[in-house]
Design a protein around this ligand. Sequence first.
Ligand SMILES: [Zn+2]
Ligand SMILES: [Zn+2]
Length: 129
Amino acid sequence: MPNYRWLCLFCDRGNSEKVENCEFCGTNPTATGWEITAREFADKNILNKKESFSCEICSSGVHEVNYSEDPVEYFETRGKQPLFRTMFILTKCKGCEHQLKKEYSTPLLRKIYRFIFGHDIKSEYWKNK
Ligand SMILES: [Zn+2]
Ligand SMILES: [Zn+2]
């Protein structure tokens, strides 16, 4: 944690040097672009409350936000081999542990599969592709 007061990169609010993550939304003080992007997505598409970023159960605004896998690996190895895995963004409320997830990115091949067969890929085999 920084040893000075810091401004949250996501919600722009000031935090004391004593807190490890933003006390208003849970963002890490050294958040990367990936983390901010995930939070913006969660804010618009999962938590749906622009001003407060709040939980529908307990209304806590502090959330952990994660990708379902390393986004650098997911997006940057994409050109090398066909990709079937769907990328999710997951949120976890710090107040009540309520968890939500939503599809963030679906590879074209998987979309085609869904279109042709009318359902999603179920085979375990594709989880590693
Ligand atoms: Zn914040
Ligand atoms: Zn909650």
